[in-house]
Design a binder for this molecule. Sequence first.
Ligand SMILES: [Zn+2]
Length: 140
Amino acid sequence: MAALADPRCRCASGRKFKRCCGPLLAGAPAPDPLALMRSRYSAFALGEVGHLVATVLPGSPAWSADPAWREQLAETCARTRFTGLRIVAAPPPVGDEGQVHFVADFAAEEGRGRLEERSRFRKVDGRWFYVDGDRAPEDR
Ligand SMILES: [Zn+2]
């Protein structure tokens, strides 16, 4: 079927994976914070822990030197089915700082959930990285 031969990207962009998050997951630099955020959502959905680790700014609040960090990320990916992504706001970056406000829907053993976050990104040596984010209280 065409749907299998031509899969749409998991980040809900409606684009083909190979023209959306695919190149970023393969190591290409993200052109902007929104593209990086989408690629990180796709990485969570696909269990691409290497991409999740590589796109967090070393030393930032979201980063960890603990080897268990990778295992925790892998567990989160394995336990969670990511079911939707909505971009609330992605203003143009100001200099080397950018923000993306998003809502991600997921399902886990405990039930369905929703994560809303205002993520911060920073550009270092030509690459965008995730720094940290402010999460809205989980309301369901
Ligand atoms: Zn994508």
